[in-house]
Design a protein around this ligand. Structure first.
Ligand SMILES: C[S@@+](CC[C@H](N)C(=O)[O-])C[C@H]1O[C@@H](n2cnc3c(N)ncnc32)[C@H](O)[C@@H]1O
Ligand SMILES: [Zn+2]
Length: 285
């Protein structure tokens, strides 16, 4: 079972303790566990919209796509590039913006197969995503919450994963232990290029994100993973489209052209960047 341990109240940052099926802080704030075991730690005052993050439809599409294992090479790439010294029994992992939980679930299975136990927490701002995630792996602590204000004490994790997500580096740094690692996974220049050629009249030039570095972190290593996969039905193509930003950005003509296809071979081009938390600077007087 998930432990839901060592979390903090999203309203006043004091420690939360599990009392029966609720997390409670000393100030009397109470957060009830859902039936499936997740807990919503996103207080109304921190919400920018009524239903933030991915919609129910997007979550259903992403789950349908990811369950076909087309992106398993990304799981393998994460595990094979994980700096060895930082992958040990008891490693505490946060997947920040975990979506419907595919990666944390697969990473847990792979680590178990190599007899490494990990303490895993998955957090996402979308309650739909976390509700779906909480049904798949009960040994993970699943939280509705925001990267902008993680409901955890300082130094809570040894590794933070941010996969195709919305990183908030100051919070990631705070939540990481001194020797902690951050993994950013993002799309590279040729990612889904065949799809983009259909959807857009011109392809924008690729601009690498965070090329100037990331505040509070040092880049340790960068890995590019490319592979191809085939979608064999219009439904599969629409599921992939629905889980990408292209769904809203593409032109009407582009989306209509895509509707004519029953299969497509696609390139995945993924960048994995591992960062080490920078040691705090000590001011010598
Ligand atoms: C492109 S999806 C990626 C999901 C998952 N990492 C994956 O690769 O399958 C981005 C996710 O970030 C979530 N999200 C958006 N803003 C967020 C925030 N401020 N804090 C945490 N999650 C957020 C969305 O709800 C969505 O599930
Ligand atoms: Zn409180």
């Amino acid at each position: 079972m998930s432990t839901l341990e060592n979390l903090s109240c999203p309203i006043d940052s004091t420690p939360l303790s599990l009392v029966e099926r609720s997390l409670k802080c000393d100030q009397g704030h109470t957060f009830d566990l859902a039936k499936s075991g997740y807990v919503n730690l996103l207080p109304v005052q921190n919400k920018r919209s009524k239903d933030p993050g991915d919609s129910k439809e997007m979550v259903v599409s992403r789950q349908a796509f990811l369950s076909q294992q087309h992106y398993f090479p990304i799981v393998s790439a994460i595990l094979s590039s994980w700096p060895e010294r930082h992958l040990y029994d008891g490693v505490r992992i946060l997947d920040a913006g975990c979506g419907e939980g595919y990666y944390l679930d697969e990473i847990g299975k792979a680590l178990m197969a190599q007899e490494t136990s990990a303490e895993r927490t998955g957090l996402d701002i979308s309650k739909w995503a976390i509700a779906a995630a909480s049904k798949r792996d009960k040994s993970v602590s699943w939280l509705v919450g925001s990267n902008a204000s993680l409901p955890v004490p300082d130094s809570r994790f040894d590794a933070v994963l941010c996969l195709f997500g919305f990183p908030v580096f100051s919070e990631f740094s705070r939540a990481l232990s001194d020797d902690g690692l951050l993994l950013l996974v993002e799309s590279g220049p040729d990612h889904l290029i065949e799809l983009r050629r259909i959807l857009y009249p011109t392809i924008h030039e690729y601009k690498p994100t965070f090329a100037d570095g990331v505040a509070g972190f040092e880049l340790m290593q960068e890995k590019t993973e490319t592979f191809s996969f085939t979608l064999g039905s219009q439904e599969d193509i629409q599921n992939l489209l629905s889980m990408t930003p292209h769904m809203h950005k593409a032109s009407y003509d582009g989306r209509e052209a895509l509707k004519q296809l029953n299969s497509i071979i696609l390139t995945a081009d993924i960048k994995l960047r591992w960062y080490h938390k920078k040691a705090k600077e000590v001011n010598h007087v």
